[in-house]
Design a protein. Structure first.
Ligand code: ADP
Length: 494
């Protein structure tokens, strides 16, 4: 990828964004808009529609009608597959435009966005396009005088609420399997990163997805998100975001139609380094990347570094050295390794975590401050805090920022106990040359995904889901399809 092509797009004016309802781009019912502020320089990039309750209700009604008349679910699998592949083609054709727009909106470094956003989204859509005609029903092993059939049906209207860190990648994790199984979807992008996802949704229409099958409404979570959560016409809610919002969604479901709710929430994932790690230098490099890329705004970020005491000081020094060499800055520069924090509010929250960590006895080894303030953007130095006890706030609470908490341990039992001492269970890693130890750690550390001698990078063939308060249900892989189907039994007397 060449920098000149990115630079040509970086200053382009961005037109105002509306909702996508029933195949048309429309403004909010009362005309209200929200400023979209870029975390790169604090400037207003454009506006997006500030959705009203009526907008969300209209979008849901459109999705419901599209589902009931089977304009999508009723098409042949081959026809649906073709549309989804065409959509992936269009995402790839617009990859640079989508990536740059997304970066200007959310601050992710472009090197990461190019890989993780349009590229990954297109691959996900293709994966589920290919899967959709390989999902069979079943015949039950009944007695000979009956026939038991198990049909797999689309659920109906899916409400998808998306966060701001990787809008295209995470959006595709929900949209791919939901649409592949014949559902209609109403999408609710995050307030601070909606533009590229709205554009990607528009491309689905261009690819031939019938109007109403995919609607997208922007606006405040507490307004349009709540209407979606409380709707009697949404059958499944799929969500990635904070635990607080996850709890609200469960409450909305309980207060309305008992819709299914799948939550991918936060984590406080342990990266456990044993003295017998095969390559400490590599471990240090990956540990730094595993927390600091995208300014730590990654749900599976390895935010707790548990280091065996015998190598603690040596290893922390290695991680600090890698960290201090990481380039923080202009997210649209290809050599930048750490982009902007998504918003000023998020940055203030990160800095408050550093204060708390110090007040609770932690030592800031590197970073800890805001940087590049002269740019007008929201940037933070990658931060390592050592001496963080397992019960400290920095060990217990998800920051969602570039802050690594370091805690020493002595034995395998210690490592497991500390690793499991949070309410979360999203991801983790163990670095060791001992095969038995590696498998024991994979078994004993409570997490949806465990890495061995690496961190991150698990592709679309494997599920991603949390245990404990990290959520339920999986994105990615064929297992994700289960969220978007109902099993129906046909019991036939022969
Ligand atoms: P974060 O703290 O990481 O921004 P949130 O959970 O607040 O995470 O946001 C993730 C998504 O949830 C966003 O799209 C946001 O608009 C949406 N959201 C926030 N509050 C609510 C709510 N009360 N009901 C439904 N959706 C919400």
């Amino acid at each position: 990828m060449d920098q000149a092509r990115i630079d040509a797009l970086r200053g382009q004016p961005v037109p105002p964004f509306g909702h996508l309802i029933d195949g048309k781009i429309v403004p909010a019912s009362d005309g209200a808009v929200m400023d979209v502020t870029s975390p790169l320089n604090g400037e207003v990039l454009t506006t997006s529609a500030r959705g009203t309750a009526l907008d969300m209700e209209t979008a849901i009604a459109s999705a419901r009608t599209a589902f009931e008349d089977r304009r999508w679910a009723g098409q042949s699998p081959a026809a649906r597959k073709k549309v989804l592949h065409k959509w992936a083609d269009l995402i790839e054709a617009h990859a640079l435009e989508l990536a740059v727009l997304g970066v200007r909106d959310n601050g992710t470094e472009i090197s990461m966005a190019l890989k993780a956003e349009p590229g990954s989204a297109a691959a996900t859509i293709r994966y589920y396009a290919e899967a959709l005609d390989k999902v069979y029903g079943e015949i039950a092993p009944t007695a000979g005088d009956v026939l038991g059939l198990i049909h797999k049906e689309p659920v109906g209207v899916v409400g998808a609420i998306i966060p701001w860190n990787f809008p295209l990648m995470i959006g595709a994790w929900k949209l791919g399997p939901a649409l592949a199984m014949g559902n209609s979807v109403v999408l609710k992008p995050a307030e601070t990163a909606s533009l590229s996802l709205m554009r990607m949704a528009e491309l689905a229409l261009e690819a031939g997805l019938p109007p109403g099958v995919l609607n997208a409404v922007t606006g405040e979570g507490a307004v349009v998100g709540e209407v979606m959560g409380l709707s009697m016409d949404v059958d499944v809610l799929v969500f990635t975001g904070s635990g607080g919002t996850g709890r609200r969604l469960l409450d909305y479901a309980a207060r309305s139609n008992l819709k299914r709710v799948y939550l991918e929430l936060g984590g406080k994932s342990p990266n456990v380094i044993f003295a017998d790690a095969p390559n400490l230098e590599e471990a240090a490099k990956v540990a730094a990347g595993g927390i600091f890329r995208n300014a730590g705004q990654v749900c599976v970020a390895g935010s707790r570094l548990l280091v065996q005491a015998s190598i603690h000081d040596e290893f922390v020094a290695m991680v600090a050295q890698v960290t201090e060499q990481m380039q923080v800055g202009d997210p649209l520069n290809l050599s930048t390794q750490i982009g902007a924090v998504n918003s000023e509010a998020q940055l203030a929250q990160n800095l408050a975590f550093v204060d708390t960590a110090q007040a609770e006895g932690g030592t800031v080894t590197t970073g800890g401050t805001r940087v590049l303030q002269e740019t007008g953007g929201s940037f933070m130095a990658p931060t390592i805090v050592t001496g963080v006890t397992p019960d400290a706030t920095l060990s217990q609470k998800e920051v969602f920022g570039p802050i690594l908490a370091v805690t020493p341990f002595e034995t395998d039992e210690d490592a497991v106990r500390i690793a499991n001492s949070t309410v979360y269970g999203l991801a983790g890693a163990v670095w060791t040359s001992n095969l038995g130890r590696a498998h024991r750690m994979v078994r004993d550390i409570r997490a949806g995904v465990m890495h061995v001698n690496t961190y991150g990078g698990a592709d679309g063939t494997v599920p991603l889901g949390g245990v404990g308060q990290s959520g339920n249900g999986s994105d990615k892989s064929l297992h994700a399809l289960d969220k978007y189907i109902n099993l129906k039994t046909a019991w036939i007397k022969l």
